[in-house]
Every structure is written in C-alpha cells, then in structure tokens.
Design a protein around this ligand. Structure first.
Ligand code: ARG
Length: 475
C-alpha cells in the first residue's frame, strides 16, 4: 500500500517499485515500529487530536497487530513498500479510516530513525551480553592455565616467557573496551527523533519529550533536521561491532596457530572443530577461521555506511534507506559468531608440557642476562650488547644460555658471574615480572579478580539498561 498518491496520476513503474521496496529487510523493524506507533498514538491523544475512544481502539489494534506479527499471522504483501506501509495497511484493515490517523504529525523520516534506534539499542544490549559471556569464558580459561609457562611472542618470534593465563586474559581486556564503547554509545543513540516529522517539526501540539520518555529514550532531539538526518548512531554501532569482530579475528588467528601441529599447544574440542571430506586425519579450526573471515564483512558494513553518509545533504534523502542492511548484517553476524567462539574457548584444552618445554627456547631468557647486568650497575645499552654476545656464542656452539661455562660468561663481561644462572630459568624470569600489569603470578591472580568484578559490574549495567529501555522492549 502506498502512503502517498494524491498528487500522482500514474502508478509507480514495476522496476522503480522493486528498487524502492525495502520490506524484505526492514520487516525486522516491525516490533519497534508498533511500539513507536503506540507512543505516537498516546501523544496524539494527549494533544486532543484523537478522542479517548479512538485512542483505545488504536492502541488495542496495535496490540493485536503486534501479536499477529509475532505469530507470523500478519506478514507483508506484494504491494507493501516498507515496514511502515505494511503495518499501516494492517491497522487500516482492522480500523478502517481510523488506521490512517497515526500519520498526523509523523513522517516516515522520523519514524524510520526512531524504529532503527530502538532496534539498535535492543540488539546492542544482546551483543553486549554475548561479549560478556566470552569474557567470562576467557577469564575461566586464564584461571585454569594461570600457572602454565609458555613462550611469549613478538613478530611471531620467541620473545620472553609468560604465564599462559596472562596470554589468554589479554583478550578479555580488549573485550572490556568493546563493552565500554557500547555503554558510551547508548548515551548518543538513545535520543528520540519522533515528533520531528519530515524535517521541520509539527504544527500540531505534539510533545516529543513525552513519546521519548514513553519509549525509554533519554530525551528528544534539539533540532528536527538533525533528528531525521543523523545516522551517526548507525556508523558508530558498526564501528564498535567491527572492533569486536577485529578482536575475534585476532583471537581466531591465535587459536589457528596454537592448534596447528607445528605449535601443538591447543586441542579444539570435537564440537567446535571440523573434518575434511578427503583427508580423514584433519581437525580444522573452522570456528576460529570463520571469526577471522567474518571480520571482513563487519568492516565492509562500516565502510558502506560511512561512504553512503559522506557528502549526503543533511536532511532525509532516500540514500539513508541503505543504512539498515549493513546494521542488520553486522548484528546478525556477531550473534552467530560470538556463541560459537565462546563455546570453542571454553572447551579448548592446552598442552602444559609442550608450552613449558618451548618456553625457554629461542633464547627467550636473553633479556634476563641484560637485566642481571643492569642490576649490577651496567647501562642497559652495554648490558644488551653483552647479552647479545652470549646468544651469539650459544648459537655458534649449538647450546642454550644456561649451558655457557663460567669462563665463557666472564669473557663476555666480567660482571657475568656464575650467579647469572639463577635468572636463567623460566620460573625465575616469569616470577620477576612483577611490574604492574606484568606476567608474574601474583599480578595475574589480582588481574583475574579485578576483571571478574568488572564483568559482574558490567552485567549489572546491562540489566539496568534493559530496565531503562523496558518501554522499548515491552509489547
Ligand atoms: N524505507 C525508508 C527508509 O528506510 C523509509 C523512509 C521513507 N521516507 C521517504 N521520504 N520516502 O529510509
């Protein structure tokens, strides 16, 4: 059903209608459109533009329609252009002419932005909870392997030994920033455009603040043109979803490496690994690889919306219809990836022996030699040089640092006394990294506890937000 037509004499060309039609994808907004319609009906009632009886009828019909949308009894038909026109048809089928009265003081321009905000807020709360589940899984794994030494890498080369729990929990910190960003985003997203009409506001005595409150928004827009043009909330949401995707991708890459036979550190549980149709021996890390792969479309979706917005005159333009599919896709992609990734993390088993045996190799204790000399009063540049010579001598002789003789140490630097061997153990090296945020066990233990309470606090914040936005969620 078209929502316009009075000034037209000819119908819309089929090809133009096919291009224009968005109901295939914007039908996802139906529950939110019905909620914002209810809020708008209340505003019209308050302004005396609907009688009490009309208001009751409209709100009742919206409830009925909402149940039918939920059960699938009401669906768009071939002539519906978008979610808004389909639902107005539904309302008109129930109420006759009265169904068209909700259009007073409202345009699809403020309506679509309101609906999309409601959708985005509802769904980002869901994504936030899924990210928090992954954090919980990472923290539990970090706790399980908090005392397991492993090599740490830079440039994918052995760098310094670490506790593997420290390695695992770093990802939970990255996700904590993602959750922070989502919290920040709410403040800017939860502003109501309803009441702005097409662009200039309304001559009817509407109260945008009251519909904003009814829907759980913090307030309504200060400028009606800004209200119908602003899609910052979409671009910002897509950025933070892409950032989550990028974190998952980096994690996925590590899981792929760690589970390779070259590393032999991780065994991904059968439930989260896949086989090969031709090579019977294979156990592939597909969940980790798909997480890595899906990050590309999350980044693509952000690029799509930023490109669409760039240079767009600052009011409603039809280009803005292109904001929805990228947002739906990013949310739906992460809603698929996150639970699978969390399951993979929770069930992966790591091989302590292999990681421990590999920890001191690749001369990963060379920094300990340099630090030993620094403690003896040698400037770091000279200490670094001497430690480098130790590595050089070892490489030439095919031995490890602790296997250098007293004479060889002394020949490299007179202050390299036999005492140096005390720092040439993985346990000693790890235990000495006591700087705040360092890998030593007491640090890791308090890091785990801190992050635990941060996650608990976030979960409370999520529950709080759910309560705040209950107007949006309620049927
Ligand atoms: N389907 C449209 C969109 O997603 C709804 C708004 C239409 N507004 C208009 N002036 N044609 O943007």
């Amino acid at each position: 059903m078209a929502l316009w037509g009075g000034r037209f004499t000819g119908g819309t060309d089929d090809a133009a209608f096919a291009l224009s039609r968005s109901v295939e994808f914007d039908w996802r907004l139906a529950p939110y459109d019905l909620r914002s319609s209810r809020a708008h009906a209340k505003v019209l009632l308050k302004a005396g533009l609907l009688t009490e009886d009309q208001g009751v009828k409209i709100i009742g019909a919206l409830k009925e329609l909402s149940d039918e949308v939920l059960s699938g009894a009401f669906i768009p038909n071939a002539s519906d252009e978008d979610v808004h026109s389909a639902l107005e048809r539904g309302l008109t089928e129930k109420l006759g002419e009265l169904g068209g009265s909700l259009r007073a003081g409202r345009s699809r321009n403020d309506q679509v932005s309101t609906d999309l905000r409601l959708y985005a807020i509802d769904h980002l709360l869901m994504i936030e909870a899924l990210v928090s589940d992954l954090q919980v899984a990472l923290i539990a794994k970090a706790d399980e392997y908090k005392d397991a030494p492993a090599p740490g890498f830079t440039h994918l080369q052995h760098a310094q030994p670490l506790l593997f729990g420290h390695e695992l929990i770093k990802h939970a910190h990255a996700l904590a920033r993602d959750i922070d960003r989502i919290h920040d985003w709410f403040a800017r997203a939860a502003i109501s455009p309803l009441g702005s009409g097409a662009l200039a506001g309304s001559s009817l005595e509407l109260d945008p603040q009251s519909s904003a409150k009814e829907l759980g928004f913090h307030s309504s827009f200060e400028n009606s043109i800004d209200a119908v043009s602003d899609r910052d909330f979409v671009a910002e949401a897509l950025f933070l979803l892409a950032m989550v995707g990028s974190h998952l991708s980096r994690m996925g890459e590590e899981w792929c490496l760690w589970s390779s036979s070259e590393f032999g550190w991780a065994v991904i549980d059968d439930g989260f690994a896949t086989g090969s149709s031709i090579m019977p021996q294979k156990r592939n890390p597909d969940v980790a690889e798909l997480a890595r792969g899906k990050a590309s479309r999350l980044i693509g979706n952000l690029t799509t919306v930023l490109t669409m917005l760039k240079g767009l005159p600052f009011a409603y333009n039809r280009d803005l219809q292109e904001d929805k599919e990228p947002l739906f896709d990013s949310i739906e992609t992460l809603a698929l990836v996150l639970p699978a990734f969390t399951g993979m993390v929770s069930t992966t088993k790591f091989n302590r022996e292999v990681m421990a045996a590999s920890a001191p190799t690749g001369f990963s204790l060379a920094t300990e030699v340099a630090d030993f000399l620094v403690r003896a009063g040698i400037p770091f540049a000279n200490a670094h040089e001497a430690a480098g010579q130790c590595v050089h001598t070892c490489e030439a002789a095919g031995i490890q640092l602790h296997e250098l003789s007293d004479t060889q140490f002394a020949a490299i630097h007179p202050l390299l006394t036999p005492e140096v061997r005390k720092v040439l153990t993985v346990e000693g090296a790890v235990a000495s990294r006591l700087t705040y945020g360092g890998t030593a066990l007491p640090n890791l233990v308090s890091q785990i506890a801190n992050l635990h309470s941060q996650v608990d606090m976030n979960r409370m914040k999520i529950a709080d937000k759910k309560r705040t936005f209950s107007g949006m969620m309620a049927q």
